[in-house]
Every structure is written in C-alpha cells, then in structure tokens.
Design a protein. Sequence first.
Length: 557
Amino acid sequence: MNKIWLDSYPPGVPAEIDMNRNGSIAELFEASFCKHGARPAFACMGKSISYAQLDQLSQRLAAWLQSKGLARGTRVAIMMPNVLQYPVALVAILRAGYVVVNVNPLYTPRELEHQLKDSGAEVIIVLENFAATVQAVVANTSIRHVVVASMGDLLGPKGLLVNFMVRRVKKMVPAWHLPGHTTFRTALAKGARLPFTRGNASPDDLAFLQYTGGTTGVSKGAMLLHRNLIANLLQTQAWLEPARAQRADIAQLTTVGALPLYHVFALTVCALLTIHTGGLTVLIPNPRDLGGMIDSLRGYRITMFPAVNTLYNAMLDHPDFDKLDFSQLFAVVGGGMTVQEAVAKRWFEKTGVPIIEGYGLTETSACVICNSPVSTAYSGAIGLPLPSTEVSIRDDDGNELGFGRPGELCIRGPQVMAGYWKHTEETAKVMTSDGFFKSGDIAVMDESGLLKIVDRKKDMILVSGFNVYPNEIEDVVAGHPGVFEVAAVGVPDRHSGEAVKIFVVRRDSALRETDLFDWCKDRLTGYKRPKLVEFREALPKSNIGKILRRELRDGQA
C-alpha cells in the first residue's frame, strides 16, 4: 500500500527518520550525560537525581556487574516499580553490554520462574518488597547474583525514614532470605572502586527481552535490538515535535512516569525518550494511590502525560485533580487500550489539551501509530503510521484489503522486533513473507490513511453471524453519565451463538440494568445491544491498567 497517510501528516513531521546513525542506546545515554549533566533526570518521592548523578551511579553499578565475569549479552533482570533505582539499573545494564529483562514486580512465583528460566537471566536486581517472590523460585533458575534494593536507597537522609515506614509501619516487605545477595548500596560502593569498560554494543545487538503479557498464550520474550529502540524514540520525538514547537517557553520537558517503566510504552516514552531529550520524568511507584500520585506531582509543571484510559478517568474523578499545574502541558498520549470519547471530552474540558490516542505493541518497541499531536478533535481512531513505518490491512489469506474494509493490521518498520526469544515457530506465525508483523488486531483505514482499531481477533463477538466489536459497545456504554468503567465480552447463547454481556462499575449507585438497556437501544443496532449486565466493584486490570476482558470472559465458561 502506498503511504497515503503522508499527505495527512502534521507540518514539520518527516516521512522518514534518520537511521544512518550507528551506535547503541548506551552511547545515546552518554551523549545526554555530557550535554545535560546539571539537569534533573528522574524524580521520585520528593528526591531527584541529575544526569551527572545518573552517569556516575550507573557506571558504578555497571562496573560491579562486569566484575562478576558476566559474558557480553548476559541477561540481567530488573524487578522493580517506578523508583530511582530502576533507571540507574537500566542504564547500567546497557552500558555494561548486557541485556535488560524487565519483570513485573507483581508477578506470582510461577510467572517469575517462567520468565527467568525462559530468558536465562543470570542476575536479578529486585526491590526488597518483592524479594520473597525471588526466594521462592531462584533455585530453579539460572540466577547467580541477586541485588536487593530498598525503597529509600537513593532518597538521601529521608531514606532511613522511608525504609522504616515501608518495613515496620506499613509492613510492605514480606520476610525473605536470599543467601549471598548483595544490597544495591553495596554494589554501588564496590563499583566505585572497580574499573568500568564500555560494553560497545552494536545497533544489531540485543538490548531488551521484553515479555508479552501472555494474553494469547505463554508469555514470550520479544527481542528488541538497540536499533529498534533508538528508531522508536526518534519516531516518537519527531511525531511530537509540532506540539512541542508551539511551546517555546518550556525549558525542560517534564513527563509523568505513572505507567510502570517495565512496560514497553513507558520504557520508550518515560525513560528512553526522557534521557535522549534531557527531560525529567517524575516517577510514581504506585499510581493506584491517586491521592499520593497527585501530591507527588504538585509543584511540577507537567509537559507530557502518557497513560491509559482508566488512569485518566480515575484522575478526573479525584477531588484534587485541579491542583495540578497543566499550564505547560502539550502532549497527553493515551495507549494500551482504547481512549473512550467520554473520557477524552472530560479531559479536554478540564485541561484544554486533548488526549492523543496512539497504538503500539511489545513487539514493535511500543509506538507504531498515533493521532496528530496538534489536533484538538476526538477522532475515535488510533491515528496515522509514524515516520518510517508501513502498515497493511490484510485478510486471513494475506491479501491486502481496500479502504473501509476491516482486516488484520500488519506492520513493517525499524521498530519491529527481531523475533521471539527461543521461539522460532512462534516468530514465523506472526511474520509475513514480505516482512510485516501480524498484530492480531482488526483495523480499518480510510482514504486519508487514518486507522481505527475495530478489535482484537480473539475478542470479537459473533452474534447470529454478525461481527460485534467490544470496543464499540464499551464506548457507547461509557458515555452514560452513571458509568465509571465498562467491559464487554461474548457469552454463550443458545439462540444467537453468542450474546453481548457487559461488566459495569457504577459512577452513580442508583444505576440499574434497565437504564443501560434503554441507553443502548438508542445507540446500537439490535444484535449489538448487551443482553446481560453485571455490576462489579472493580474490573480486573493488567499491570498498566488495561481491562482484562479475557478474565471476565473465562469466568463465564
């Protein structure tokens, strides 16, 4: 398909990014350290570290890792929420010439064991709050070195108080025992006296094993090369530039780091892009504590806020939302799930800045498609392909489809992974003969190149032979003023094969099933209307806040 979407690009966005630059992510980091040394790089719980400190701390940790005789390309796992130790560990691993394996700290022992065994990680850097999980499985893995961090390690004098509160008062650290472990502070202290040798990774070397969520089977490690991540941060930077250029008064970009950095979306936008541009990311260890998050963000002039629909929605309902300083806000990027029109409208009314919905996957280093950063209109679409990105809408036989015809979204570009780690057969299943990655998402494209996700193949509901897409149902129901959150799934029905069932969290406690049936009657054709409603106090969500339809659907079996 010709790149018809280029004619719809915002002024100033190039058709292609410059991929002629050689080098690694570590070299990109080091250039920022030289250029932005005095600037704050990351902040958390009222404490910040500068680029010069990030340079020094990461070099010390890298030297300690190298002293263990690890071979180049060794996998090193990070199991932490958004705390200052995370970016230090991230940068250290890459500077030392190793591979980052991001681990969700909320994993169960079973999930952790699978990821550590599959990746072959030899080192894990873990926050003590989650050390008990490591203890439960470490003997069954290839882990040879365990580094245990404490919440207060990099918080200066107040770190002692923070550790006391976390351990003794809030009792957030289950008892653990890991013989031979090294504390994070000890590794830094020893590393300060050890020689450091730059890892000198090449653009085609592996940088991350980024594991998929496992929603379609066993979790697999997407092999993201240095050039994949560099390409994607350059693509994202180029796409957002028209909006940033309108705010010449901004001295330093300040990004909200509420999404977990171990997730690929936040990894690219809140970590790699921040360091590359000399920005500041305010790390939020627990975004579910909305009051605490808002308190942490007060005093900052927020410029970028990447998040998911559920977080925007919850923040808008918080009584302290208006206390945040959005006077320099220019980019609000919604990913991970559909941004609902009702949420987008409320956000724009409150802040004057639209939520720009984008689209990406673990396998594409995150960002693939995004709405215009200077548009203020809600499109209901995911936007246009980013520079140097090709997309193709195809049927089950691989034939390209025309405008307005739904088919599988296939992607080709420099941000697409090298494949799944140790899963060549699975890689072959998702790659076409001409090099496109098959996303598993059903999309349509209009004549301007604007793309809209209809839904994932597996989430499609078949009612009497008609395709029903949950996103559409959810968007309609979410527009009801009494609805806080909603998810739609298909359930068995002896008359129509499947019927639509919705799970609803009320905003208004007086909301009843009949209210929703009446609401949908005016907005959806007969076969699309929900036949069943179940009210719940909360909906199951992934680590980034994405509603898990699969769990709801499986519960109906």
